[in-house]
Write a protein that binds this ligand. Structure first.
Ligand code: NAP
Length: 272
């Protein structure tokens, strides 16, 4: 691992994307972080300062992750890219002894375990968080509490129509946490095999927790967790109204990751 210094040297991967640009701006706003590299497959060769609407920084977008990490001396690399590439990106970061802070979704339990094993072997700490917004973390916490008292739950997640995957990482994580908190399975539904006239009408299902994905222009990231029991319904809702909502969580992870033990910390809740 690169030695921990007072000013954390940070690379942003996916720097020209919707989230990447906000992360770059967040890093530039902090005196204890220094942006040292910007990686993306778009805008290669452009000055990242100009891409985010600031002054030129002399840091040019590269599409060669490993070289960018090695040449910049990055200690931490933030990834907001695409579910199809994030696994290989994170492996490359760890191979370069750079601590990953990952917001990109698309993680399965097996992939997280594989990264955890690699990170431990290479003695590199890593943070992967399906949602960096504090309100979303609280929504999941409150849902875990409610899960113990209600007979049924469904999750509706709503995102902008440019989102690359469905359901969202937050919805999957919420379902896992609800099942974990509840310990015993949800009761069988009243109608076990309803006649489905349109494929997908009932959403996807993980052990009795249904998830529905809505994709519309105008949305950012939203989720409702709806619990039902006899004569009552409890709705827990969180809305990210701008991508800035994720940035304090990302900056916190950058600040903390180098002091974590080797391996993966999964979920922002474990850093609070
Ligand atoms: P986006 O706007 O598409 O940005 C992704 C950027 O990464 C694009 O510029 C993309 O280029 C680039 N890219 C693709 N492959 C790459 C590679 N191999 N190396 C470097 N750059 C690469 O997506 P976004 O809306 O920012 O979201 C990114 C991810 O973050 C998604 O998985 C999303 O669900 C997740 N997300 C997580 C949180 C959280 O709190 N954890 C919050 C919001 C979003 P091209 O477009 O040319 O492929």
């Amino acid at each position: 691992m690169a030695r921990k210094s007072a000013i954390v040297q940070v690379a942003v991967v996916g720097a020209c994307g919707r989230m990447g640009k906000e992360v770059v701006k967040g890093i530039l706003s902090r005196h204890n972080f220094q942006l040292v590299a910007a990686v993306d497959v778009r805008e290669v060769g452009s000055d990242i300062g100009e891409i985010v609407g600031s002054k030129p920084l002399g840091i040019f977008v590269s599409d060669d992750l490993k070289s960018a990490l090695k040449e910049s001396g990055a200690q931490v690399a933030v990834d907001f890219t695409h579910p199809s590439v994030v696994f290989e990106n994170v492996k490359a970061m760890i191979e370069c002894s750079v601590a990953p802070v990952v917001g990109t979704t698309g993680w399965t339990e097996e992939k997280v375990k594989a990264i955890d094993r690699l990170a431990k072997r290479k003695k590199v700490p890593a943070v992967i968080a399906p949602n960096f917004a504090i309100g979303a973390v609280l929504m999941m916490k409150f849902a875990m509490e409610a899960a113990k008292y209600f007979d049924k739950v469904e999750i509706i997640e709503l995102h902008h129509d440019g989102k690359a995957d469905a359901p969202s990482g937050t919805a999957l994580r919420t379902a896992q946490l609800i099942l974990h908190a509840r310990k015993e399975p949800f009761p069988e539904p009243k109608v076990k095999h309803p006649e489905v006239l349109l494929e997908g009408a009932l959403g996807g299902e993980i052990k009795g927790v249904r998830i529905h994905s809505v994709r519309l222009p105008g949305l950012i990231a939203h989720q409702e967790v709806i619990f039902g029991s006899v004569g009552q319904v409890l709705t827990i809702r969180h809305d990210s109204l701008s991508r800035e909502s994720f940035i304090p969580g990302v900056l916190l992870a950058i600040e903390k990751v180098l002091s974590l033990p080797p391996g993966v910390v999964f979920g922002l809740e474990n850093l609070l």
